[in-house]
Design a protein around this ligand. Structure first.
Ligand code: ATP
Ligand code: MG
Ligand code: MG
Length: 558
């Protein structure tokens, strides 16, 4: 793998290692909540955590933060594992689940109650929120704050047994209602949810909140560095407070590795949204065909669209690690996949907007094979034979009735080379009643066959083409950005759905060369002079379907 540029996280880890913290161990984790498919922001976090593990010779856990049964599902657990593997990473040991630690978290909660650091509150979520106060004014203490330890233990036990309805009671940490950090104002530790969990079923009806769960999960696993996004910076004192409490309350764990939270700026991309809730909305409202609709910013969609893991990892490296939020241009992601596919994708001929070209002096019924190379960037990919005959398809855009001087393509009287075959000169063309050009007539020069020609005259234009009789029809899905607004998720008072680009998908029928007959989903090609394309999962030998991964040139910059 390429060496990653030094970033501030390296400096922090270097410092911890120099101080011999945690005996020199480095263990990272990637902790998705299984409530949706991974998106490119998660991919950034995956690349970051796993590459830190690689750099320091440590490991990286995959841990599902499955603490909210309402939104979580095994479908997501499975897709997330598939995506992490596909990106090219191996987690340490078995997959981990927060739900495996429910019993331990519960026992720690009891220890906190016993040491007077947690209490059961009977008030509603609304009331508790109101009592929190504002950053400049202290909050109000709950009337239940000074319950006895015995009463708290009893109530918490009864919460666990299911004696109360959701919202009737919560467990709160007893910290400081006047803290300048709002997260320290007696945050919630547990809430009641009567809902079946995808792993623990109905065993639990109390579920730990993120703040009480995350740091303790890190602690249980021996995570040394817990990387998260910037919005958690304000949670860090609480992360540390809970660790202090359980380490003080539980002598057995005092020598354990102590994790430390480090924040970095989340990845934002323009022209898309990166919140699972909004992505789910797109799926549920049928605006896209599913989580892997190739217009989505999810890992599964990028894969289906033709992105390679290498291109996504290169993107993550280029984005780097920042401490300040910013927005990355979609063009950067596209340039990464273009660069990678340029090296690995076979060149093939496909005509996306076909018009027939008839070579009037080429014998009727004659057919020959011409040899074309598969990838000029990689000789080892060899060459193949494609049929050539009297009738071929070329792109409609490659012909003009009255071309300007610098149009190095076809026009009346002009000569171009059909790539890999012969030079042809346009002698005539035919229009239909609507005035559209229907056929183009040319003559060819048999002396100009590619590879064997002795003809030295300069032919500037080189066109791609597909022989008409053997051409296959293929459905080609051309994608444009899903939103027409640069920042669809951050417009005040306007819902992101207002900015959906109505023309983000255009389906056309292309003529492609017969060598593509047996292609399989995920096979990747460069359609010469057009762009990079990937075989879709809907494709079969009866009906070929391609996705445009990206156009050849950067179509995003103005
Ligand atoms: P979303 O807002 O999309 O629901 P999330 O942060 O709630 O994302 P999690 O499943 O909790 O989703 O995220 C797992 C990990 O991925 C976390 O460590 C989180 O910090 C990281 N992550 C999520 N989104 C991004 C992003 N846009 N850029 C970088 N890291 C991200
Ligand atoms: Mg989250
Ligand atoms: Mg979320």
């Amino acid at each position: 793998a390429d060496e990653v540029k030094t970033n501030f996280i390296h400096l922090e880890i270097d410092k911890d290692l120099a101080d011999n913290k945690n005996g020199g161990a480095v263990l990272m984790r990637f902790p998705p909540e299984p409530n949706g498919y991974l998106h490119i922001g998660h991919a950034k976090s995956i690349c970051l955590n796993f590459s830190l593990a690689q750099k320091y010779g440590g490991g990286c856990n995959l841990r599902f933060d499955d603490t909210n049964p309402v939104k979580e599902d095994v479908e997501y657990v499975e897709s997330i594992q598939e995506d992490v593997k596909w990106l090219g990473f191996d987690w340490e040991g078995e997959v981990k689940f927060a739900s495996d630690y429910f019993q331990q978290l519960y026992e720690w909660a009891i220890k906190l109650i016993k040491s007077g650091k947690a209490y059961v509150d009977d008030q509603s979520a609304d009331t508790i929120a109101k009592q929190k106060g504002t950053p400049t004014e202290p909050g109000m203490e709950s009337p239940f704050r000074n319950r006895s330890v015995e009463e708290n233990l009893d109530l918490f036990e009864r919460m666990k047994k299911g004696e109360f309805a959701a919202g009737e009671k919560v467990l709160r940490a007893k910290i400081d209602m006047a803290s300048s950090n709002m997260h320290m104002r007696d945050p919630l530790m547990y809430r009641i949810i009567h809902e079946s969990h995808h792993r623990t079923g109905d065993q639990w009806c109390i579920y730990p909140m993120y703040d009480f769960a995350h740091g303790q999960e890190d602690f249980i696993e021996g995570i040394t560095h817990s990387i998260c996004t910037l919005e958690f910076e304000v949670h860090r004192p609480l992360y540390n407070w809970f660790l202090d409490q359980i380490m003080a309350a539980d002598p057995e764990v005092q020598n354990n590795v102590r994790p430390r939270q480090i924040e970095f700026a989340r990845l934002n991309l323009n022209y898309t949204v990166m919140s699972k809730r909004k992505l789910l909305e797109l799926v549920q409202k049928g605006i896209v065909s599913g989580w892997d609709d190739p217009r989505m910013p999810t890992v599964s969609a990028l894969r289906r669209r033709g992105y390679t893991p290498e291109s996504i990892r290169a993107f993550a490296d280029k984005v780097g690690v920042a401490r300040r939020d910013g927005v990355i241009d979609m063009a950067l992601l596209e340039s990464c996949v273009r660069e990678d596919l340029n090296k690995r994708a076979a060149r093939v001929n496909a005509v996306v907007n076909p018009i027939k070209l008839i070579i009037t002096n080429y014998p009727e019924g004659k057919e020959e094979m011409v040899e074309v190379i598969n990838n000029p960037e990689d000789d080892s990919m060899g060459s193949r034979q494609v049929p050539f005959a009297r009738e071929v398809y070329i792109e409609r855009d490659d012909f003009m009735e009255e071309p300007p001087r610098k149009f190095f393509r076809l026009g009346p009287g002009r000569e171009v080379r059909l790539k890999g075959a012969y030079a042809v000169t346009c002698t005539d063309y035919k229009k239909n009643e609507a005035g559209e050009i229907e056929e183009i007539y040319c003559t060819y020069d048999p002396e100009t066959k590619s590879g064997s020609t002795t003809v030295t005259r300069k032919i500037k234009g080189i066109l791609h083409w597909v022989e008409a009789k053997h051409a296959l029809d293929a459905e080609v899905r051309m994608y444009d950005r899903l939103y027409s607004h640069e920042a669809p998720a951050s417009q005040k008072d306007v819902d992101h759905l207002e900015f959906i680009n109505p023309d983000s998908l255009q389906v056309i029928t292309a003529k492609v060369e017969p060598s593509l007959k047996g292609v399989k989903p995920l096979d990747k090609f460069q359609f010469q002079r057009v762009g990079y394309f990937c075989v879709d999962k809907d494709s079969s030998s009866e009906k070929l379907v391609f996705n445009r991964t990206v156009a050849l040139k950067d179509s995003w910059s103005k």
